[in-house]
Design a protein around this ligand. Structure first.
Ligand code: NI
Length: 176
C-alpha cells in the first residue's frame, strides 16, 4: 500500500469534475487500498479521489469510533434527501480550518462497491454530512465554497501564513 499526496486549497486541480469509474479491476482495488491508508494516516473520516488528483467518482469513508470500518462508494448518486442539519466541517485539503455548513439531515444514495456491485444506503447525521462533503469534492466543490467570498479569502490568507511558517521552521532545522 502507498500513501498518496493530498492536494490543498486553493490548488485549481481540486475544482476538477470527476468521471465515472468504468473498470472494476486490480488497479482500482489497489487505488482503494491506497486511498484508505492515506485517509487513516491523515486522521480523516473521509477522502475523495479528487483530493489525491485522481479524477474518478470514488470516495472512502470511515466514521467508526475505532477507525476499523472502511467503506468505499464508487459512482455515488443521491436518490433522496430530507431535512437539514448544521455541522462544523473540516477538510484534509483545507488544513486547520473549520466552519459550519448546512446539509441535508438524511439522504439515500446509490453506489457501487469495489467489485462493481450496486447497493443503496440510507445515511443520517455525521454519516450523511460526510458523504455530502465527499461527493462535493467529486464535482470540484469544497466546503469553503459555502462561505462568503470575504471569509473564503481569509481562509486562503491563513493557509498561506501556515505554509510560510512551516517552510521557515523547516529551513531552521535539519528536516530529513
Ligand atoms: Ni474534504
Amino acid at each position: 500500500m502507498a500513501k498518496l499526496n493530498i492536494l490543498e486549497f486553493p490548488d485549481p486541480r481540486l475544482t476538477t469534475v470527476a468521471k465515472r469509474v468504468e473498470a472494476f479491476d486490480e488497479e482500482l482495488k489497489t487505488f482503494v487500498e491506497d486511498m484508505t491508508e492515506t485517509m487513516y494516516s491523515a486522521n480523516g473520516i473521509g477522502l475523495a479521489a479528487t483530493q489525491v488528483n485522481v479524477h474518478k467518482r470514488l470516495l472512502v469513508m470511515d466514521i467508526s469510533e475505532e477507525q476499523d470500518q472502511p467503506r468505499v462508494y464508487i459512482n455515488p448518486e443521491v436518490l433522496t434527501r430530507a431535512g437539514e442539519q448544521i455541522h462544523e466541517e473540516g477538510c484534509l485539503s483545507v488544513p486547520g480550518i473549520y466552519a459550519n455548513v448546512k446539509r441535508a439531515e438524511d439522504i439515500t444514495i446509490k453506489a457501487q462497491d469495489v467489485d462493481g456491485n450496486t447497493f443503496e444506503e440510507r445515511l443520517e447525521g455525521l454519516h450523511a454530512v460526510c458523504i455530502q462533503h465527499e461527493m462535493d469534492h467529486l464535482v470540484g466543490r469544497l466546503f469553503v465554497d459555502y462561505l462568503s467570498p470575504l471569509k473564503r479569502n481569509m481562509v486562503k490568507k491563513k493557509l498561506e501564513k501556515q505554509r510560510k511558517a512551516a517552510a521557515k521552521e523547516a529551513a531552521d532545522h535539519h528536516v530529513m
